[in-house]
Unconditional design. Structure first.
Ligand code: ZN
Length: 216
């Protein structure tokens, strides 16, 4: 999902992409651009690559909100920072007199925080539990361009969700040194992953007051 900003009441969804995965393996998808009836801020154009011209002929929210509500149906929503998406879609459903979604769902951000309390920050990863950082953590960066668009984010989310589930179930194929998941052994801060002379080096985020540096 892409939005015009961070406020679910004042801002609007401009792009939504949803995948529905059923237990039997069926996959359905829904995607649309939405005309927010306002110009995009330069930082949103920069972040999403979407422009006013891309959205001017897109359907209005009132036209697609019922389809979006129907697509979600009784499914369990999964998202990275689910409460953000829920606030936006529920604000849209309220404006269009549609039934709001409840609090239920799976938040991959919360799952990541629980499994990797102090996940190291990879080069280009952004922040500890960002989806982009999990992409590097699970070595998915080869397959997923880091474009910030709704569709790529969702396809990456599906892979990240699978890896989180596998890791939680002890089926993960990758193993990680403890400080990479639990933080600096001395001060407990998140570590940065640096590449030095062809090796991965973990450097404490709490530098210079903590000088811990580990070759992994
Ligand atoms: Zn430290």
């Amino acid at each position: 999902m892409e939005t015009t900003g961070l406020d679910p009441e004042r801002d609007r969804i401009i792009e939504i992409f949803m995948l529905a995965l059923s237990k039997s393996g069926e996959v359905a998808q829904y995607e649309t651009l939405i005309n927010p009836e306002r110009p995009l801020l330069p930082e949103i154009v920069e972040l999403t690559g979407l422009t006013d011209a891309d959205l001017k002929d897109a359907p209005l929210e009132a036209a697609v909100a019922p389809e979006i509500r129907e697509f979600i149906g009784l499914g369990t929503p999964v998202a990275h920072n689910l409460s953000f998406d829920l606030r936006f879609v529920n604000a849209m459903f309220r404006r269009n007199n549609l039934l709001e979604l409840g609090e239920g769902g799976l938040d991959t951000l919360a799952i990541s925080r629980a499994l990797f309390p102090k996940l190291a920050i990879y080069p280009g990863g952004g922040g500890s539990h960002r989806l982009s950082n999990l992409m590097y953590h699970f070595r998915l960066d080869g397959a997923y361009a880091n474009a910030h668009r709704a569709r790529e984010d969702v396809l990456l989310l599906v892979e990240v969700f699978r890896h989180l589930q596998d890791y939680a179930a002890g089926r993960g194929s990758l193993s990680y040194p403890e400080p990479l998941i639990y933080g600096c052994p001395t001060c407990g801060s998140v570590m940065y992953v640096n590449r030095e002379d062809g090796r991965d080096v973990l450097v404490c985020k709490n530098q210079p007051s903590c000088q811990v540096k580990l070759v992994v």
